[in-house]
Structures are given as C-alpha cells and as structure tokens.
Design a protein around this ligand. Structure first.
Ligand SMILES: Nc1nc2c(ncn2[C@@H]2O[C@H](COP(=O)(O)OP(=O)(O)OP(=O)(O)O)[C@@H](O)[C@H]2O)c(=O)[nH]1
Ligand SMILES: [Zn+2]
Length: 196
C-alpha cells in the first residue's frame, strides 16, 4: 500500500438524531474530503465497533429505496450510539468507487433491465473499484487495538486484515428489503458474496 499523506481538520461536536458524536474531516491527496464520526473515548481501545461506509448520495441523502445504504448508515449510527463508543468512517467513494456521474449512468442502464454488476460492465467499469487505505490510516492513527467491523462484505474484512488491522469480530449490518432493492440485494448475496 502506498503511503498517502492525509490532512486532518480539527474535531467538532455533531449532535445527531441518534445522539452526540464528534466529527472530523480529512483530505486525501486526490482532494477527496472524507468524514470520521466518533462516539466516546476510542483512542488506544480494543473491541471497537467500526462502520466503514461508502458514500451513496442517492441513498444517504435522498433516502433512495434502490439500495440499502440509508438504512445501514442509520443502523450504524444507532448501534454505535447505544453501544456507547465506536467509529464511522465515511469514505467518499461513491458508487463503489466509480463516482456519482457514472453511477447515475449505471442507474439508467438498470432502468432498462441490467443489474448492478452488468450496468458497471456495460460502462467499461469494474463492479467494485473501492479500496480502504484511508480507513486503515484512520484506525492506525487512533491506535485502535481491535475492531468489530460492521459489514456484510467479506472483502472489507479481508482488506483490513491484509493491512494489519486486528478484526476480531463482525457485526452484521441489517438491510431492509423493499420492492425496489430486492434484485440489488440478491446480486449482493449471490454474486458479490455478501453475508446477507
Ligand atoms: N456502481 C453502483 N454503485 C452502487 C449501486 N448501488 C449502490 N451503490 C454504491 O455501493 C456502495 C455501497 O456498497 P454496498 O455493496 O451496498 O455495500 P458494502 O459497502 O460493500 O458492504 P456493507 O459494509 O455490508 O454495507 C455505495 O458507494 C453506493 O453508492 C449501483 O447500482 N451501482
Ligand atoms: Zn446506496
């Protein structure tokens, strides 16, 4: 993994519908501005619940029913709030890393019958172009001793382990099914190996 230099903002308070968090921004070399939400005293701590959430403007901000992102983000906020400590690392890798513009073009192809993987391929893109080096950096910076990763995606667990993060447990992130995300969740389960 190439060492990227990050630029961190100061910490600020963020009251949310699920309780109070601290928020911090950090910029990577490409100029992406990511977010870290922290609950409680996590520095140097073990067994920390961690959610690494990939940006989904349509889901996170507009409450789209085409995916389960909004539900999962709110679930993570609520879970960590109830738990008393934990971290949400919100990475600006929209559309599994293909960017917002491409994702909407993929949605257009999905309107015409293609699934989430096929649509990316039709655009000449991989089905997942994400990587999690920024999350590894944050966890190392906070000297997190061990992580309870909130995910259904085995690739995220593999990635963190490969780069030295001690993932001791997985917390499944509950997804909510509806008529619009039914096929999307089926593809995640059967073609992307998500533990749903
Ligand atoms: N390219 C593309 N990206 C999508 C689509 N639907 C959601 N996304 C993006 O998918 C990302 C979330 O990935 P998911 O596969 O839902 O979940 P995950 O993060 O891999 O796994 P979990 O940790 O279990 O949530 C976000 O960046 C969304 O913007 C789609 O149809 N096409
Ligand atoms: Zn989404």
């Amino acid at each position: 993994m190439t060492k990227i230099k990050y630029n961190y903002s100061n910490l600020a308070n963020l009251p949310t519908a699920y309780g109070s968090f601290k928020i911090q921004s950090f910029k990577d070399e490409k100029g992406n501005e990511h977010a870290i939400l922290i609950k409680g005293d996590v520095e140097n701590r073990a067994d920390v619940p961690v959610r690494i959430h990939s940006e989904c403007l349509t889901g996170d901000a507009f409450s789209s029913l085409k995916c389960d992102c909004n539900y999962q983000l709110n679930y993570a906020l609520e879970y960590i709030s109830m738990f008393g400590f934990g971290i949400i690392i919100y990475l600006r890798q929209e559309g599994r890393g293909i960017g917002f513009f491409n994702k909407i073009n993929a949605y257009n192809l999905q309107d015409n019958g293609r699934n989430t993987i096929e649509a990316n391929h039709d655009l000449g893109l991989n089905n997942d172009e994400r990587e999690y080096s920024a999350a590894v950096e944050v966890l190392n910076k906070l000297n997190i001793q061990s992580v309870k990763l909130m995910t259904n995606n085995p690739l995220k667990i593999e990635y963190l382990k490969k780069y030295g993060i001690n993932v001791i447990d997985r917390v499944s992130v509950i997804s909510k099914k509806n008529t619009f995300n039914d096929q999307y969740l089926e593809v995640k389960k059967h073609q992307l190996s998500h533990m749903l």
